[in-house]
Write a protein that binds this ligand. Structure first.
Ligand SMILES: [Mn+2]
Length: 299
């Protein structure tokens, strides 16, 4: 018999701990420096962990039960006053070490500048790496003024990542320049708009892009820039706009991604708890995490 729920409540927070043999791990990367819109994305790893006690480990809609899954918590990197250039090696090395031991690693940013070192951590020479972004933005700004949260994809192209191995889903109108769009097309990036997500379902678009990347790549990295969600449903991201994808679509897509065997590392970027309203941000980030695990549990 289980203890009464009045006395104990087993939650998603109880899945995390020091579990060296776990198939999944989580790394906090509270990188906040060099955000184009200054904010507090550095608070996100702690806020996500703090919201997990509110998440049950059971999904009544599908019968998925996560209670036997364990997640190794690799802790938070010390990045509070570190610019992206100096954060590169600590993030890369930690992702590298975790990916060697796990089937799936979740890197919790931080601003979107965590993505470049995360991808390098997956495979140092970037060969055979596919990159899927769920993001309202291309993140293809020029790098000549330094690394920031607006240019991780541009930096990865310059590092040698093949643009034909990149798919970007959820791009928003009037939130990106023509120049960025043209760079993406010229690089061979697969460009999928927020409208396509709305009309076809983000899960269908993500399924297509995953299949296409998996046909060409050995391993896939997924960048979840949470500003892809409609701002009314996710106010806690500085770049979120009205007209973004729905939270439900985001969750469906997340579960598909978690289930894909070639997805070995994902990041969550641009969640800024200081902008949260009524716990919308923290509960959405926590649901993202359990959806990722629910997908993984189906592998
Ligand atoms: Mn972004």
């Amino acid at each position: 018999m289980h203890a009464s729920e009045c006395k104990s409540w087993f939650s998603a927070a109880d899945l995390l701990g020091d579990h060296p043999e776990a198939r999944v791990s989580v790394i906090g990367a509270p990188l906040g420096e060099r955000s184009l819109t200054p904010g507090r994305c550095d608070l996100a790893p702690k806020a996500l962990r703090a919201a997990l006690p509110r998440m049950s480990t059971y999904d009544l809609e599908t019968g998925v039960d996560l209670s036997d899954l364990r997640v190794h918590d690799a802790g938070d990197l010390m990045l509070k006053i570190v610019p992206p250039s100096d954060a590169f090696e600590p993030i890369r090395a930690t992702v590298d070490a975790e990916v060697a031991r796990r089937e799936l690693v979740a890197l919790i940013g931080g601003n979107n500048a965590v993505t470049r070192p995360g991808v390098h951590g997956l495979r140092r020479d970037l060969k055979g790496v596919g990159l899927l972004t769920l993001d309202a933005h291309f993140d293809l700004r020029d790098t000549d003024c330094g690394l920031n949260n607006g240019n991780p994809i541009q930096a990865l192209l310059e590092d040698g990542l093949d643009g034909r191995h990149i798919a970007q889903v959820g791009l928003a109108p009037f939130a990106n320049t023509r120049r960025a769009h043209e760079k993406a097309k010229a690089a061979g990036i697969s460009v999928r708009t927020a409208r396509e997500c709305r009309e076809q379902g983000a899960d269908a678009v993500v399924a297509e892009e995953l299949a296409s990347l998996a046909a060409r790549c050995d391993v896939i990295y997924v960048d979840f820039d949470i500003d892809v969600i409609d701002r009314s449903q996710f106010p806690a991201a500085p770049g979120a706009r009205p007209g973004g994808i729905s939270a439900e679509d985001f969750f469906e897509a997340t579960r598909l991604i978690g289930a894909h065997p070639k997805v070995r590392c994902v990041d969550l970027a641009e969640y800024d708890p200081s902008l949260d309203i009524g716990d919308l941000g923290s509960l959405t980030a926590a649901r993202w995490f359990v959806e990722l695990l629910a997908g993984f549990a189906a592998r």
